[in-house]
Ligand binder design. Structure first.
Ligand code: NAD
Ligand code: LMR
Length: 341
């Protein structure tokens, strides 16, 4: 009897912890590159998201296994694995959000731009399929170099006649996640109380954390040299992981977490939740560059408003000027590739 009672109590405990989803609308999310280092934990995290009703996992190999595995988790969404180009259309059809972590990661000594030659082609072909099968989906681009892959996607969609600047996002959430962790650690405050924007792009000096706008106030807790060291650490956060993994790839688990946070924000926006604001690399007119990461308000159509930079410290003003030439060149490289290939 006591065993039965224990089992019943465990069951009710588990069901309390399961998500209640009665009021959430149907939403399909597709993950392209779902069998990879990011793709697998991201698939799990999206399976745990109560806003998802249908989860499509696509890769060139391995997705039936990942999908079978993830599908046994006790949450709302139906999970389907799709493998190979023949099945890409089915994976995409009806998607509200498409998350793209497909492509090769860095090894020590490489820059993100060194991935361009392989990943540009992968992103181009996946975006061609998105334009055909789910032109209205919000696209969350994770594949590097983000500073170039987002412009490639935009050009592909323009050529297909489906481009909507409100629906294309470079995922820079990991830069915010890192800046928050590093700041919390240095200032000895709980990370849950920390927030700050990270603007610019997603590579080296193009990553510009705005510690002057942090909550709690950074300049009350840290010296200027601490802030400069935190800025550098945020800019080099990806390299820190690449070097620690010593040839086995780049950030996967923290990226899956960041990707899941950003996709959740997109779904909340689509569902009409007010005041959903995240940093993202989007088409922008807040600087002279055509794409730029900044705070973005998300809504039912995707981008509702690209928010301005706000007041910058002198150090951040200098960082902004320093990043522009590199970011401009990466954007132009993506545009050129999409139009020449
Ligand atoms: P990985 O090699 O572990 O996985 C990539 C997956 O993509 C593999 O399963 C592979 O089969 C798949 N793939 C390759 N070509 C494909 C295609 N044409 N269609 C569908 N799937 C395809 O790599 P990873 O560690 O998961 O990283 C993936 C990408 O994400 C890399 O480019 C990496 O640089 C980038 N990344 C970006 C951020 C960011 O903050 N935006 C963070 C970490 C990694
Ligand atoms: C990251 O920031 O972790 C990613 O862009 C992967 C990388 O190459 O550093």
């Amino acid at each position: 009897r006591s065993l039965a009672r224990t089992a019943a109590s465990a069951k009710s405990h588990l069901s309390r912890r399961c998500y209640s989803v009665e009021s959430a609308p149907e939403r399909k999310v597709a993950v392209l590159g779902a069998a990879g280092g990011i793709g697998q934990p991201l698939a799990l995290l999206m399976k745990l998201n109560p806003l998802v009703s249908n989860l499509a996992l696509y890769d060139i190999a391995g997705t039936p296994g990942v999908a079978a595995d993830v599908s046994h988790v006790n949450t709302r969404s139906e999970v389907t694995g799709y493998v190979g180009e023949d099945q890409l259309g089915k994976a995409l059809e009806g998607s509200d959000v498409v998350i793209i972590p497909a492509g090769v990661p860095r090894k020590p000594g490489m820059t993100r731009d060194d991935l361009f030659n392989i990943n540009a082609g992968i992103v181009k072909s996946l975006c061609t399929a998105i334009a055909k099968y789910c032109p209205n989906a919000l696209v969350n681009m994770i594949s590097n170099p983000v500073n170039s892959t987002v412009p490639i996607a935009a050009e592909v969609f323009k050529k297909a006649g489906t481009y909507n600047e409100k629906k294309l996002f470079g995922v820079t959430t990991l830069d915010v996640v890192r800046a928050k962790t590093f700041f919390a650690g240095k200032a000895k405050v709980p990370v849950s109380e920390v927030d700050l924007p990270v603007v610019g792009g997603h590579a080296g000096i193009t990553i510009l954390p705005l510690f002057s706008q942090a909550t709690p106030k950074a300049n009350a807790l840290l010296s200027e040299s601490d802030i400069q060291a935190l800025t550098k650490r945020t800019q080099d956060g990806g390299t820190e992981v690449v070097e620690a993994k010593a040839g086995k790839g780049s950030a996967t688990l923290s990226m899956a977490y960041a990707g899941a946070l950003f996709a959740d924000a997109c779904l909340k926006g689509l569902n009409g939740v007010p005041d959903v604001v995240e940093c993202s690399f989007v088409q922008s007119s807040i600087t002279e560059l055509p794409f730029f990461a900044s705070k973005v308000r998300l809504g039912k159509q995707g981008v509702e408003e690209v928010l301005g930079l706000g007041p910058l410290s002198d150090y951040e003003k200098q960082g902004l000027e320093n990043l522009k030439p590199e970011l401009k060149a990466s954007i132009e490289k993506g545009i050129k590739f999409a139009n020449e290939n």
